[in-house]
Design a protein around this ligand. Sequence first.
Ligand code: NAP
Length: 327
Amino acid sequence: MRTWHVTRLGEPPSVIEQVDIPEPEPADGEVLLEVEAVSVGFPDWLMAQGLYHDKPDLPFGLGGESSARVLRAPAGSGLTEGQRVIALAGGKGGITLTSRIAATPDRLLPVPDKMSPEHAAVLFVAYQTAYVGLMRRGRLQVGETVVVHGASGGVGMAAVQIAKASGARVIAVAGGEQKAQACREFGADVVIDHRTDDFVEVVKELTGGRGVDVVFDPVGGDTFDRSRRIMAVEGRLVVVGFAGGTIAQAPTNHALLKNYDVVGFRMRPFREDRAYRRRVHDSLVQMYQAGALHPRVTTYDFDDLPAALELIGSRQVIGRVVVYPPT
Ligand SMILES: NC(=O)c1ccc[n+]([C@@H]2O[C@H](COP(=O)([O-])OP(=O)(O)OC[C@H]3O[C@@H](n4cnc5c(N)ncnc54)[C@H](OP(=O)(O)O)[C@@H]3O)[C@@H](O)[C@H]2O)c1
């Protein structure tokens, strides 16, 4: 079976190579799966350089969650041959970008009939992160206004669509006309191109100086810092990530004076809570089936993983990248 390994740390794609690995032998209680599509994202690009908080031992595989079909399931698992599932990545550098994988049933989520493998492959990390970040940590309410930074990226796209589906007014911030256009297509009410406009000024004007209830920030650095100036009283500024590469320092006196919350958010503990992630999944499937979620994916064949990583590294991705397993 072919897969890609990161063989040394450095800028992809020069540090990855195709290797042969044995077919998985499912242990007792494990399910054998045929992979259909695998999501690959910013964390893969960072991990290959040793810049991600997870630092697997070399060599390691790339790829996040995958959509897959059950080939063989243990008796009593409730799974049937041919059933479609989302297989969650098994932790640090686990192999997902290959033709067959083995997983325990608790790492699987059901896929509804009409969802394509490409959409199923992006429904977990990006959409669950956006959902939990907005709804649980950000406490977003119907009728509130939210600013989504990095809105054309994987998590940002999901946040725009989920916030809209939840009855919020959405202001999306993205860089460049192509990304701004994508945010309009995702359903944002207002789109700000941060390359041409100052989001602080535009948001202040749009809200009559009141500010917004929630800021969803996967970018960090200066974006976080300036977002402090658009928080409404009792607003929630949700720290989702540092795609911009810098971690901002927040002066606590500003939060005191302006009465807003800075909310830290890490998906992992919520993701590891099996019952909770299933509830979030069911809510997302409901939104998807109602037509409120429409993931944008760019697909690559297995051999083209280097090109996929180049797209991610050059900040050109809109939505999510999906790579097919080897044929
Ligand atoms: N808290 C959690 O549990 C959690 C879970 C999943 C992901 N994350 C984090 O969320 C962040 C976004 O993930 P994602 O999958 O949505 O990534 P993505 O698809 O690559 O999107 C990131 C967005 O950030 C913006 N950006 C600003 N400065 C950038 C830079 N120097 N390089 C690249 N992008 C830059 C880009 O938008 P413009 O070009 O429009 O500015 C881009 O669309 C990452 O930092 C990731 O680690 C956090």
